[in-house]
Design a protein around this ligand. Sequence first.
Ligand SMILES: Nc1ncnc2c1ncn2[C@@H]1O[C@H](COP(=O)(O)OP(=O)(O)O)[C@@H](O)[C@H]1O
Ligand SMILES: [Mg+2]
Length: 352
Amino acid sequence: MSSQEIILEVNNLQTSFNTDAGEVRAVDGVSFKVPKGKTLGIVGESGSGKSITSLSILRLLAKNGSIKGGEVLYKGQDLLKLTEAQMRKLRGNEISMIFQEPMTSLNPVYTVGQQIGEALKLHQNMSKKQAHDRSVELLKLVGIPSPEKRVKNFPFELSGGMRQRVMIAMSLACDPEILIADEPTTALDVTIQAQILELIKELQDRLGMSVVFITHDLGVVAETCDYVAVMYAGQVVEYADIRSLFHEPKLPYTIGLLNSLPRHDIDQEKLEPIEGNVPSPYNIPTGCRFAPRCPAATDLCRAKMPALEPDEKGNQVRCWIYSEEWDGEAEVEIYGETRIAKGRGSKTVLSD
Ligand SMILES: Nc1ncnc2c1ncn2[C@@H]1O[C@H](COP(=O)(O)OP(=O)(O)O)[C@@H](O)[C@H]1O
Ligand SMILES: [Mg+2]
């Protein structure tokens, strides 16, 4: 990991909203790295802060939201320190985003070609004719049949899958360095989902961009990502390369998520979804936010929040078992299995 160029690095990001019920800390300790040309998956239950993390990176928060702390380093430069004019140049051009809801992010009164062309005219100084030709080319690139005809269509004339392809074409218009895709397939049926994922991967290989892929589906992560950040209640709780995450998950929460994945090789009755719910951002636990649901939680976990600690591979975990304050050997009961946690700090290993 250290030999790779890091194109995007987020450090301890904190984003809050002002509401009638007080301050909501929607993102409160998000850190991860995206190596150039690779895909980072951000995975977490609904409400864990995935969308707010991506909107914070592009500084596109609702009026009542603000970034309270942290860094968003793009090619080493902190985006949180740029002026709004500098951010406008960067959005869509260097970092672009596919939003969760395709219908609300396409403008119903403009044709597909006009909407793709807008970005091209703005960022690339293209003429009308050049923008039209490039729009057709982009529609073709994302696999839309008869692109010369489709470029004249309005969004309502397209199916959900086609609209999502148009969104992807728009996001690729200016050859971005980073594509952030926020649950780009949740609104689509399963076969179209697979096609869209395949398309994003293929375009990434061809164009060499880095991708931040947001999803609540670990199965999708396994198929598409090189690195994973697991989010829980506004925080990154485990960050790892894909192999480590699936083969040696460290956090009891991650182990629980993996246990609840549907599998073909085991008896379905043994599936163990994690009991309980993500805490409400209006009522965050004092210690580790997962402690109320964690099968291995101790008094320390309930009293004090653990920090995100790196190991020698550059993977990170937020859990007392892997901290320097954890000492020696102990039995932990994780989802019905007794395992031995042995060692100190990042050297702690869980027995099988
Ligand atoms: N404009 C807002 N005002 C108040 N709270 C908000 C606002 N937008 C998002 N939130 C809260 O931030 C938290 C994280 O939301 P979000 O990032 O959308 O979750 P995810 O994408 O992981 O499902 C949620 O609890 C949500 O209610
Ligand atoms: Mg979301």
